[in-house]
Design a protein around this ligand. Structure first.
Ligand code: FAD
Length: 445
């Protein structure tokens, strides 16, 4: 064969091979993009697409689709690659690990809070963790940055700054009262002990904070946390029980007790110190306050007879452990519907809702609850409100004057919304601003 013809054949074969590779690559990219597009459609239907707090924002001009962000994220399907660029899918499931931010080789990701459409309210805090009110400090998720390890770090640093801020001459009962016994409050308490402060930790529920109030066992920590008076904790993947035992052990070892079931209702500045009023009616005075109250707020109570009983709860913790019970769920929002659906598999569930129809539900929840009503899986009492909770029943009023319903009952879950921490902060004089997509973590370019 002529060398020229031979060369033409070789080059043509190489060109065809390259073309095949490119076509296969492009078709795979198209298939993958389609899958991500479908996930986005589903996320929108489930109400998970629009971020509610911290979330990654990808700069499409810098993204070169390495996929490093997806591989690094400990959660699932928060990011995906569509048309050659990383995009968010279930942005509202992001809890702010920041692993995507660090993994991206082209620094195309920032971690932002709020969106143009949906702002997020954040209190003013300076670099010393102090608010605009002298003597009131903030640590943990309330300041905008989520995660256990960040809360622990901030709790410790805030106490160091609080010590520096002490002024002589005030005769308060405490040097410092830490409000909230989540990771930020626990760490702050240990640091306060290390410095021999006269301090107290108060908590509206019980030790642990937000992470213990969600029906999810797995806890991921992308970096070790350094707990004061305890040392480095290298638990990368753990569960609620292990973490709780660890915190209890650290507190016990240092003889720190927490004033539990003590909700602070108001903080009032008084003669250069603060008076804290508790829901139960008592009050305490302190030189400084550390707010480690997170961002979830306080569940709203119904204020009906019999509400103070062990069988009444405002959060569903371990649904899989509850079986064979007569349960009432109160409320018509997504949390109520999701809890009722989870419980209905192994229990007899009645849902009481004060309005005539559900509105503003996530489309998926709306579909599921309508199906559960149609198949009789859940008994829904519209236009009803509990009036009295007894040991084995719930009494309800309806929109028919004089009518009273009586439903057999072992457990009652109330989802009547919550009091946001912002109201509590504003009452104490702490300034709040709305953030519309501001970057909390970004690369300096
Ligand atoms: C579903 C879910 C899963 C998560 N998973 C992880 C994970 O795997 N890894 C991770 O690192 N992070 C995770 N997080 C984030 C983590 O839980 C939070 O960032 C962290 O708990 C914040 O700690 P904190 O101490 O600032 O506040 P919180 O943990 O929210 O604690 C605040 C405490 O203050 C109390 N409080 C509030 N108001 C008052 C008041 N007025 N009086 C008295 N007490 C009050 C509350 O009852 C609460 O116990 C998750 C969050 C959620 C929602």
């Amino acid at each position: 064969m002529e060398p020229l013809v031979e060369n033409i054949i070789i080059y043509s074969l190489a060109a065809v091979l390259c073309l095949v590779v490119v076509i296969v690559y492009l078709r795979k990219q198209k298939r993958d993009s389609k899958k991500v597009e479908e996930k986005i459609v589903k996320a929108k239907l489930d109400g998970m697409y629009e971020p509610v707090s911290l979330h990654p924002v990808v700069d499409p001009n810098s993204c070169i689709r390495t996929g490093a962000c997806i591989a690094a994220c400990p959660e699932h399907d928060i990011l995906g690659v569509k048309d050659g660029k990383a995009v968010t899918i279930n942005a509202s499931k992001c809890i702010g690990h920041g692993a995507c931010f660090h993994a991206c080789p082209t620094e195309a990701i920032s971690l932002c809070i709020g969106t143009e459409k949906r702002g997020v309210e954040l209190p003013h805090v300076n670099q010393n963790f102090e608010t605009n009110v002298d003597g009131i400090f903030i640590a943990g998720e309330l300041g905008g940055m989520g995660l256990i390890k960040n809360a622990v770090e901030q709790g410790k640093q805030a106490v160091d700054n609080i010590i520096k801020s002490f002024k002589k001459g005030h005769q308060a009962e405490y040097d410092l009262i830490i409000i909230g016994a989540g990771p930020a409050g626990i760490s702050a308490g240990l640091q306060a002990k290390k410095h021999n402060l006269n301090f107290l930790i108060v908590e509206q529920d019980s030790l642990g904070g937000t992470v213990f109030t969600f029906p999810r066992q797995k806890i991921v920590m992308t970096a070790p946390m350094d707990l004061p008076l305890y040392g480095k904790v290298k638990l990368f993947e753990t569960n609620k029980q292990t973490l709780l035992e660890l915190w209890n052990a650290a507190l016990d070892k240092n003889s720190i007790t927490i004033k539990e079931n003590s909700k602070v209702e108001a903080i009032t500045p008084e003669n250069g110190q603060f008076k804290l009023d508790f829901l139960k009616g008592d009050s305490l005075t302190t030189k400084t306050v550390l707010l480690a109250i997170g961002r979830r707020g306080t569940p709203r109570k119904l204020g009906v007879q019999g509400e103070v009983q062990e069988k009444v709860a405002y959060r569903l913790l371990e649904p899989e452990d509850i079986q064979g019970k007569d349960i009432m769920v109160v409320g018509g929002g997504d949390s109520a519907i999701e809890s009722a659906l989870l419980l209905a598999d192994n229990n007899t569930v009645t849902l009481s809702y004060r309005n005539e129809v559900f509105n503003r539900l996530k489309p998926k929840n709306s579909e599921k609850i309508n199906e559960a009503i149609a198949t009789g899986k859940i008994n829904v009492l519209f236009n009803s409100s509990p009036t009295n909770i007894t040991k084995d029943a719930v009494y309800l009023s309806t929109n028919v004057p004089g009518e009273e319903l009586n439903v057999k009952n072992d457990l009652i879950y109330i989802f009547a919304g919550g009091e946001l921490p912002t109201q509590f902060l504003q009452k104490a004089g702490v300034q709040i601003t709305k953030k519309f997509g501001d970057a909390i973590l970004k690369h300096e370019k």
